[in-house]
Design a protein around this ligand. Structure first.
Ligand SMILES: Nc1ncnc2c1ncn2[C@@H]1O[C@H](COP(=O)(O)OP(=O)(O)OP(=O)(O)O)[C@@H](O)[C@H]1O
Length: 263
């Protein structure tokens, strides 16, 4: 049987913003097909920066980011198609002047995935948008409407539809539910977990929410001040944390720390 495939990886990566001190040092993480990965750590630890490097939006100042085993070429269409972002805030990430159909189909156009005559391209885009909206459990008529007509949770579903419309292999999501109210969060997390299963997607998620991490991610990497201090199976990392920093993170979530004590 074929073993797990590494699709995306950071190898001994370092990064500093122009003129600043290093915000990532010697960071290695591996994204394996079918094993969702959480990046956790306190504010300012470098999680978002690492996500940007994995997306090819910034280049490491040391080490390498690999896609399918080779250094990433951020402009390479195969890479851009395979690795898609989901942004944090569905209120600001969707253009209010565009209909949902236009928003969701944007990656198809920018990646040049539509072919044939104008009419054929339009039809293909409409079909792919309908399929993506079905996948995120939004009604088909959502395509004709504008973002302001939707709730926060529905808007995040639109953002997820846009991320999956080009059938990527990896979703990189930065705090994907933190802008939503608590009851909506659980449903969006369920949706992401379901999509990962049904679409063969691997999700990399930055989150402060350890219950989200436990529900969605098989793997967890803990980042403290730009360094990975602990990583492994989420059950081990959250269930029996080896590093004091991880214990501190868990202790700051009352329900989880109680569950960990009961083990
Ligand atoms: N554009 C930038 N220019 C300079 N420094 C930056 C920039 N973006 C982030 N930083 C700094 O890099 C460090 C890591 O920030 P980053 O946003 O990656 O952390 P984070 O773990 O995602 O935090 P949070 O959970 O608050 O989003 C911080 O010290 C931050 O101030």
């Amino acid at each position: 049987m074929k073993g797990p495939t590494e699709v995306l990886a950071a190898r001994e990566v370092g990064f500093a913003y122009r003129g600043g001190r290093p915000v990532l040092e010697d960071v290695s993480v591996s994204v394996t097909t079918g094993r969702n990965l959480a990046l956790v750590g306190e504010s300012g630890a470098g999680k978002t920066t690492l996500l940007r490097l994995l997306l090819g939006l910034a280049r490491p100042t040391a080490g390498q980011v690999l896609f399918d085993g080779a250094p990433i070429a951020p402009r390479d269409r195969a890479f851009r198609r395979a690795v898609q972002p989901v942004f944090q805030d569905p209120y600001s990430s969707l253009d209010p002047r565009q209909r949902v159909e236009r928003i969701v189909s944007e990656p198809l156009r920018s990646l040049g995935l539509l072919s044939g005559s104008r009419a054929a391209r339009r039809e293909e885009a409409a079909d792919r948008v309908a399929e993506a909206l079905r996948s995120v459990e939004l009604p088909a008529d959502a395509a004709r409407r504008y973002p302001h007509e939707f709730s926060g949770g529905q808007r995040q579903r639109i953002a997820i539809a846009r991320a999956i419309v080009c059938r990527p292999r990896v979703l990189l999501a930065d705090e994907p539910v933190s802008a939503l109210d608590v009851s909506t969060r659980a449903r969006v997390v369920e949706l992401l977990a379901g999509l990962a299963e049904s679409h063969g997607l691997t999700v990399v998620v930055v989150s402060h929410d350890l219950s989200l991490v436990a529900a969605l991610c098989a793997e967890t990497a803990v980042i403290e001040q730009g360094r990975v201090v602990e990583q492994g199976a989420t059950a081990d990392v959250l269930g029996s944390p080896a590093h004091p920093y991880t214990r501190k993170l868990i202790a700051s979530v009352p329900r989880l720390s109680r569950a960990a004590r009961l083990r």
